[in-house]
Design a protein around this ligand. Structure first.
Ligand SMILES: CC(C)(COP(=O)(O)OP(=O)(O)OC[C@H]1O[C@@H](n2cnc3c(N)ncnc32)[C@H](O)[C@@H]1OP(=O)(O)O)[C@@H](O)C(=O)NCCC(=O)NCCS
Length: 136
């Protein structure tokens, strides 16, 4: 069995987290090979929920930034491919919402997950806007 719990992102082992991103395929679209940047992504997230098997294996993560009262941005949702389709992603989202129940959950979907989010209750927003990172 497995269970989800809220943790402090900075306490995560960076290489363990990178392995999970690779095992989920999310590493294809996140800078996990840039250790300094990926470490800051983990440490800077203030709402991190992980899923682990009973023997401690990291199999899922929901990495978010929240003000705790109005908005939570779900930056990354990733489940090890071996454990996908077993409800881990749904539970990670549930625990994330519970941690900041008054906050609206906002995310940008990866192409492979566009049908997933409506399936677990999300509504498409037709006036969401982004600006690219400045870089450097
Ligand atoms: C997308 C992802 C997080 C879903 O997690 P998961 O643990 O596999 O999903 P769950 O088991 O909670 O699925 C819940 C339901 O959604 C369905 N589902 C799962 N992945 C889906 C997908 N990509 N598209 C449509 N439906 C999907 C499941 O079949 C299940 O349906 P059911 O409730 O009718 O049985 C996971 O597949 C993943 O890590 N994918 C690769 C990385 C990625 O794209 N992340 C999203 C970044 S925005």
């Amino acid at each position: 069995m497995w269970k989800c719990e809220q943790i402090v992102g900075a306490a995560l082992d960076v290489e363990e987290a990178a392995d999970l991103y690779r095992a989920s395929t999310l590493a294809e679209r996140r800078p996990v090979e840039d250790v300094e940047r990926f470490s800051r992504m983990l440490a800077g997230a203030n709402l991190v929920v992980t899923a682990r098997t009973d023997d401690g294996r990291l199999i899922g993560i929901a990495r978010s930034i929240t003000d705790g009262a109005y908005a939570t941005y779900l930056c990354d949702l990733a489940v090890d491919a071996e454990f996908q389709g077993k409800g881990v992603g749904r539970e990670l989202v549930r625990v994330t919402r519970e941690a900041a129940p008054r906050a609206k959950l906002i995310l940008l979907s990866a192409p492979g997950a566009v049908d997933y989010y409506p399936h677990i209750g999300f509504t498409r927003h037709d006036s969401a806007w982004t600006l690219p990172a400045l870089g450097a």
